[in-house]
Design a protein around this ligand. Sequence first.
Ligand SMILES: *[C@@H]1O[C@H](CO)[C@@H](O)[C@H](O)[C@H]1NC(C)=O
Length: 395
Amino acid sequence: MSKLPAFLFYFLLTISISLSSHPLDPLTPAEFTAVQTAVRAHYSSSHTSIAFHYIGLKDPPKSAVLSHLHHPSAVPPPRRAFIIARVNHSTTHELTVDLTGNNKISDQVYTGPGYPIFTTKEQLAASALAVGHPPFLESVRKRGLKLGEIVCQSYGIGWFGEQGKGSRIVKVMCNYLDGTVNLYMRPVEGITVTVDLDRMEIIGYRDRAIVPVPKADGTDFRGSKQRPPFGPSVNDIDVVQPNGPSFQIDGHRIRWANWDFHLGFDMRAGPIISLASIFDVQKQKFRRVLYRGFVSELFVPYMDLTEEWYYRTYFDAGEYGYGSYASSLLPGADCPANAVFMEAYFPDEDGNPQQLPNAFCIFERYAGDIMWRHTETATPEVVSFFLIGNFWWVY
Ligand SMILES: *[C@@H]1O[C@H](CO)[C@@H](O)[C@H](O)[C@H]1NC(C)=O
């Protein structure tokens, strides 16, 4: 036991040299605004329409990041933003903006396969088009449904070997509330609304078959609607830390016990863990175990051949974005009383930074009871316990 306090002391000493900013920090609100200004100035014609589909940190070269961390006084790695913009509703541009004061910009038209991530604004507009489309209103009437209880969302249409570059097309699919919030349990089947996102107009409508909407009974997932309720919630158990948490948060850098890592955020990838290191007690130094880690994609093909289902082949990160679809964590529901929260920022379609409060919460969770107790008959007064601890963050 005597080794532990000495180690912690050493650890605290090494970390008191803190860096206020880090080359892998996500873009700040001021940086998003700088990007917006630089890109708008770049397309000097006021008639140019610009939709920002992605703005994030352009990964600095790994060698530059590592050498900067070893020699903090040396020149920091270049800080640049990477932007995917749809210009004049017709071409996709990939831009970089230098954020170190000169706002130098590079711009390239992207002609490869695929399309940029959907913006929230265009998805809402596509749904609104569908719900206001007279043939759709007729389909709703025929099914005896209430229009106000219908919720629509737009979905990518996948790729099934078509040649040539098509338009940016989505299909709008609708579900029904009316007695539940579990809308996916109540699909309004048989209808296909096809929308061209660049022209923002309906280019196809088909009502193929009327399928009854499943009943709402017993589908609601909210605890308050379920009987009997679940057992204790996170609210009912408090971890008390009279001396505060034993982790330290310095900007985006988090240190806990023998771990040290950087927690970033990106509108596409969501959480990004970088430079995770563990203190190697034998070598008396930190050993890096992960340079940069995030979920790169989640592909969800539904594999149902029905006309209204076959195209459902979602790329959750690349089409929607884990970051832009993140929602704020609720204190007391998602995170316990001893949690510390961290906000995040991502841009809207116009390039304005949006704050997402409580994007992360960091807390220590008691996850260990005594594993064993040791004593010796020769030294009965010396008793040792072995505990296991745990550390989690919730995203
Ligand atoms: C976008 O369209 C407008 C109006 O047609 C034109 O003036 C402008 O030059 C175009 N911008 C780009 C970047 O192509």
